[in-house]
Design a protein around this ligand. Structure first.
Ligand SMILES: *Cc1c(COP(=O)(O)O)cnc(C)c1O
Length: 355
């Protein structure tokens, strides 16, 4: 039996999208492929309220996180760590020989803009990394309040991991001044895993020109060159994913961007209410995520046991991440899930736990 995915990626994929993955191939150096790219790229720009350069990378999101570290950090980067994925980005920068400093807060807490301000004021940093939605803890940052601070430092390149938020919640890239936004497509965009999207500003591309050893596969400037010349990708992409992305973008606009974002907010509010009533919310109240809810296991239930029972009913949720395993559990409400799906899921959990 298929278990409906209430996990923060990969998410449930619509049949229409699965079908779009199985169309016959074409050459990636053909005019037809360029035409597909010409169709899909403006749709991605519309989704992110941007005119910036779009990269379609055949990799998971982590690939483009590495790309950001390699392409834009020249002198020293500030990493903001509030959970496992933001920590991963710091490790990536280090693994690529970049000099870094960190702001680190306990899991469940958010990074405060004042702290970023204090660090950037030193003038030591040319890049700052922020994780919009920390999937390991369920903290979602407020990008507007961060933008207000970061905008004071025009020489700093701002990189945002929006892997588990993009496509589920509004991110106005140009208005915010985000220089590099990276996301995977298997989360709130609800495609099968294997394709990542980058949104790269003119400023970030200029920076890349000054950075040596950008590597080969993820060199922003190579992506730009192939786009400018032929509207193609530097290497053979997952054409199936790009077909599916094109179809999914049409579905997203058919629903309407605001409707889509509101659906996520509605689902989040519903799940939070349930969690408050029966358990406790793990992240701090002001920074609760709209795409997943992390619940503190105040009843000491067996999360693994709950998932076994849910599996029999055709659903799966996520245990806590890493050290938070069994101490928390995570319910994702992202992608193409609906409020009815959430109502159904929570009713199952109520029954299983006798709540
Ligand atoms: C899932 C996730 C990643 C990793 O993405 P992959 O596509 O698995 O490489 C990075 N950051 C966040 C916030 C995530 O949720």
């Amino acid at each position: 039996m298929h278990k409906k995915l209430f996990i923060p990626g990969p998410t449930e994929v619509m049949d229409e999208i699965l079908n779009a993955m199985s169309v016959p191939m074409m050459g990636h150096r053909s005019k037809e492929f360029a035409a597909l790219m010409e169709e899909v790229v403006p749709k991605i720009q519309k989704l992110f309220y941007t005119e910036n350069f779009i990269i379609l990378s055949t990799s998971s999101g982590t690939g483009l996180m590495e790309a950001a570290s390699r392409n834009v950090v020249k002198k020293k980067a500030l990493h903001t760590i509030c959970g496992a994925f933001s920590k991963r980005w710091a490790q990536i920068s280090k693994a690529n020989g970049k000099e870094i400093d960190v702001i680190e807060v306990p899991f469940g807490k958010a990074i405060l803009p004042e702290e970023i301000d204090k660090k950037l004021k030193t003038g030591e940093f040319d890049t700052v990394f922020v994780t919009h939605n920390e999937t390991s803890t369920g903290v979602m940052h407020n990008l507007e309040e961060m933008a207000d601070v970061i905008r004071k430092y025009p020489d700093v390149v701002w990189c945002v991991d929006a892997v588990s938020s993009a496509g589920g919640i509004k991110i106005e890239v140009d208005k915010l001044g985000i220089d590099v936004l990276v996301t995977s497509t298997q989360k709130a965009i609800a495609l099968p895993p294997g394709l990542a999207i980058g949104v790269v500003s003119e400023k970030a591309l200029k920076r890349a020109e000054e950075v040596e050893n950008r590597g080969y596969y993820f060199d922003f400037l190579t992506f730009k060159k192939y786009w400018d010349k032929r509207h193609q990708t530097p290497t053979t992409p997952s054409i199936s994913h790009i077909y599916a992305l094109n179809v999914q973008m049409d579905r997203i606009f058919k629903e309407g961007l605001d409707n889509r974002f509101n659906r996520h907010i509605e689902m989040a509010k519903y799940v939070r209410e349930w969690a408050r009533k029966n358990f406790k919310l793990f992240p701090e109240e002001k920074y609760l995520s709209y795409t997943l809810t992390t619940v503190e296991n105040t009843r000491g239930i067996s999360v693994a046991g709950l998932n076994e029972e849910l599996a029999k009913r055709g659903a799966t949720i996520s245990n806590g991440y890493g050290d938070l395993k069994e101490k928390t559990f995570r319910i994702a409400h992202m992608g193409d899930l609906t409020l009815d799906d959430m109502k159904w899921l929570l009713a199952q959990i109520d029954e299983i736990l006798g709540l």
